[in-house]
Write a protein that binds this ligand. Structure first.
Ligand code: ADP
Ligand code: MG
Ligand code: MG
Ligand code: MG
Length: 749
């Protein structure tokens, strides 16, 4: 988590009085951050991952698997210098709190070096160490697993020890408050989202339609009268044919993997952010690992929209929907409810900033129509100063609501061009969700908590991370600089897979910064892709919008040979060295393609065209296999990554071919990382979601009713355990023969 201040978190009805104060000072802090850091340059390409673990209590006598909610003390121990702290430190790992009491987040203690090839595989070793260290603090039956969602979360008795869903923080019909991290920030966050919104969050996922599926969520209690909100599913919150979830934990209690990378300077960070934006839905589809929620198979494969819904603090009015009978349009916003009583959400005029006419909170902030949850896909590109000149205004085509006051203030500041000002003016439409009473007043020249309060509760597919503020005289080359975080992906079961996805993103980012492809696609099309990426098996069945493969401003001939076969040539002796230094062709030296330059002055990547031309010819629809693996005429993301490895990451002295056994082992491992993604892109091996769904539908206990019984849940967890420990039989159907043999020592590379 970005922010875990200690102190007394204020209840929403108190904290909302400080909303404008937090925004105002947050922006003052941001301005100071820019003053301190906008001219820094030549920062090293450091990077790091974050993985979230679920502690599962596996009872082999009872054949049950449950989320373990009373081992959270190990997190304190792992950070305590007198207890397990030194063990974690010696292993170069660091443990952080997460939303769930059964969760641990772990990262490398020190970031990896993007110019050091060893670190691209060391990440896997670091991930193994995290498990080892965590396991050494736990009894044998409590297993840390990297599952994206716990299949039966929210079903009766899914926790160990048992706890009842009667908690006041979430008021959930399904999730006990005992699953929430004990730190007061987390229950307060849960309650404040509900209080601001004025009703509980409501997530409805379509059930996976099977032969005997009853298209009705029969787990919703009919007549509980503990909280007034218990009636919500019967007032319209739950939809027929859908699995209904009513609490933050369903999303924030799922797990993901995130990768943070540091760019040389602010403009490079902006370009990297923009170039990665169209890649986010592709990687979501490729990492799909969440086909089950609340004991049901659902008709989608990923967690993303669940977590978006789980922290959606928008009122009915902000969402533009009519309230449940007896509920108020403006929820718990800082506004006199009687003054603005209106029955319908839709009959308002809305200006260019998204402001609803004449409606303001008590501190004067316009009330807005807000199309997306604060957890969501990015709304705008950042542009990249003068790095590439590719950006065009019409790529930012969804006009998200902006905080006009923040926009105007930032536009008067040096260091903020229009795009940067818009970026932060959008993040600052939100209210702070948790304010600590001891931290209301801050020194804006040294603290950045108010800025981070809003920054770190805008949970988007990408995060542009500015540096922190430091006392005068600090050596800024030694502290984190401008970073970009890649956040869309589901989590995989093995360290090998999680290392593979991370390493790919980092190599691709290296390639982006070096080869400067133009990947811009209108934001609205990225949003459409995000929706499509949720679909069952979208990785092989869907065609996604992507920038026309002709328009990447790259030359295909520069990338020939940088496919998976490059690794074999690099590690096998006696090959033509020159051939693969500057591209490689099986038919001899590469002929320079006749590149054509079109009317926009852009170099065509390929000469032949594909057939599906969009109106302006810049966007088309492709399979993930085409985008990822490329074709004869077009490099694809994988060749960019491999060429970056070959020409940027490998030390110059080693670029010819490999003469060192240690380096060879590292490079071969990277080959298998990329093979994993490449094979998933082409459908040669399944996604984790596909594989999990298959296990449920073929389980002898499965009744073809979309339900995941306690026995199935137990068997899935046992299977996850077996995969996590590289059991060959369990692994093969997930990773295929070739990768399984590599991992289990069957054959050498
Ligand atoms: P958050 O939860 O706010 O995203 P974390 O601190 O949990 O942040 O994780 C951030 C990741 O960034 C970690 O993997 C860490 O190793 C890595 N990291 C730390 N410093 C840098 C840096 N200067 N550049 C890039 N990555 C960094
Ligand atoms: Mg986390
Ligand atoms: Mg973190
Ligand atoms: Mg993070």
């Amino acid at each position: 988590m970005g922010l875990l201040s200690l102190g007394t978190p204020l209840d929403w009805h108190e904290s909302k009085q400080h909303n404008e104060h937090v925004r105002e000072h947050g922006i003052a802090q941001l301005i100071n951050i820019f003053a301190q850091h906008s001219s820094r340059d030549d920062d090293r390409f450091l990077w790091g991952d974050e993985v979230e673990y679920m502690l599962v209590d596996v009872d082999d006598a009872d054949h049950t698997a449950k989320l373990a909610i009373d081992y959270d003390h190990i997190l304190d121990d792992l950070n305590d210098p007198t207890k397990a702290g030194p063990k974690a430190e010696a292993a170069n790992v660091s443990f952080h709190p997460e939303y769930g009491r059964y969760m641990l987040e772990a990262t490398p203690l020190r970031p990896y070096d993007g110019d050091c090839v060893a670190d691209y595989v060391y990440i896997e070793e670091n991930m193994e160490k995290r498990r080892e260290v965590a396991e050494s603090e736990l009894p044998k039956n409590i297993v840390p697993l990297t599952i994206t969602t716990f299949p039966r979360m929210g079903c009766p008795q899914f926790t160990s020890p048992p706890a009842k869903p009667i908690g006041p923080a979430s008021q959930s019909l399904f999730l006990p408050d005992e699953i929430i991290n004990r730190h007061a920030r987390f229950p307060t966050l849960t309650a404040n989202i509900r209080k601001r919104r004025g009703h509980k969050v409501a997530i409805n996922l379509p059930m996976y339609p099977d032969q005997h599926t009853k298209l009705l969520d029969d787990s919703i209690p009919r007549d509980r009268g503990l909280f007034p909100s218990d009636a919500e599913p019967h007032l319209g919150a739950s939809k027929p044919g859908h699995v209904y979830m009513d609490s933050m934990g369903f999303g924030m209690g799922s797990s993901c993997i995130q990768i943070t990378m540091q760019a040389a300077n602010i403009d490079e960070a902006r370009y990297l952010y923009d170039a990665l934006a169209p890649v986010t839905p592709i990687m979501l589809a490729l990492s799909a690992a969440a086909p089950m929620f609340k004991g049901y198979l659902v008709n989608q494969d990923v967690r993303w929209n669940v977590i978006c819904g789980a922290v959606d603090d928008r009122t009915f009015l902000e969402r533009g929907v009519d309230p449940y009978p007896g509920y108020h349009l403006t929820g718990g916003m800082d506004i006199d409810p009687q003054r603005h009583l209106t029955k319908h959400a839709t009959n308002h005029t809305i200006n260019e900033y998204g402001d609803i006419s004449n409606l303001k909170t008590n501190d004067g902030k316009p009330i807005q129509r807000i199309p997306k949850s604060r957890y969501g896909s990015i709304d705008q590109y950042l542009g990249d100063g003068a790095v590439t000149g590719y950006f065009r205004d019409d790529y930012n085509d969804i006009n998200p609501p902006l905080n006009r006051k923040v926009l105007e203030r930032l536009q008067q500041q040096s260091g903020f061009d229009k795009l940067l000002a818009q970026h932060f003016a959008h993040l600052f439409i939100r209210d702070p969700l948790v304010v600590f009473s001891e931290r209301v007043n801050q020194d804006d020249t040294l603290d950045n908590d108010h800025f981070e309060n809003l920054q770190s509760t805008n949970w988007q597919t990408l995060r542009f991370k500015p540096p922190a503020l430091y006392p005068e005289g600090t050596d800024l080359t030694k502290v984190p600089g401008w970073r970009v975080e890649f956040r869309p992906m589901d989590l995989q079961l093995t360290d090998f897979e999680n290392a593979a996805y991370s390493t790919f993103i980092v190599l691709l980012s290296k390639a982006i910064l070096k080869f400067r492809p133009n990947l811009y696609l209108p934001i609205s099309k990225i949003d459409t892709n995000m929706d499509w990426a949720h679909g069952v098996d979208s990785v092989i069945d869907q065609k996604f919008w992507f920038r026309s493969l002709r328009k990447w401003n790259l030359r295909n001939s520069d990338f020939i040979g940088y496919d998976l076969t490059w690794f074999d040539r690099y590690t096998n002796k006696g090959n033509d060295v020159a051939g693969y230094l500057n591209g490689y062709s099986r038919n001899g030296p590469v002929k320079e393609e006749a590149s054509s330059t079109d009317e926009d002055g852009e170099v065509d990547t390929i000469v032949d065209d594909y057939d599906e031309v969009d109106s302006d010819g810049h966007e088309k629809r492709y399979t993930v296999a085409e985008i990822f693996n490329g074709t004869d005429k077009f490099p694809g993301l994988i060749k960019l990554a491999i060429k970056a490895l070959a020409t940027e990451v490998l030390p110059a002295s080693e670029q010819g071919h490999c003469n060192c056994a240690k380096l060879e082992a590292q490079v071969v491992r990277i080959k298998y990382y990329l093979m994993l993604l490449s094979y998933r892109a082409s459908g040669k091996i399944p996604t984790t979601a596909h594989w999990l769904r298959d296990h449920v539908t073929h389980h002898p206990d499965y009744r073809h009713d979309s339900k995941v019984s306690q026995t199935i849940n137990y068997d899935l967890i046992k299977l996850a355990e077996a995969v996590t420990s590289y059991d060959k039989t369990a692994l093969e159907p997930l990773l295929g023969d070739e990768i399984t043999s590599f991992l289990t020592g069957g054959t050498s590379a």
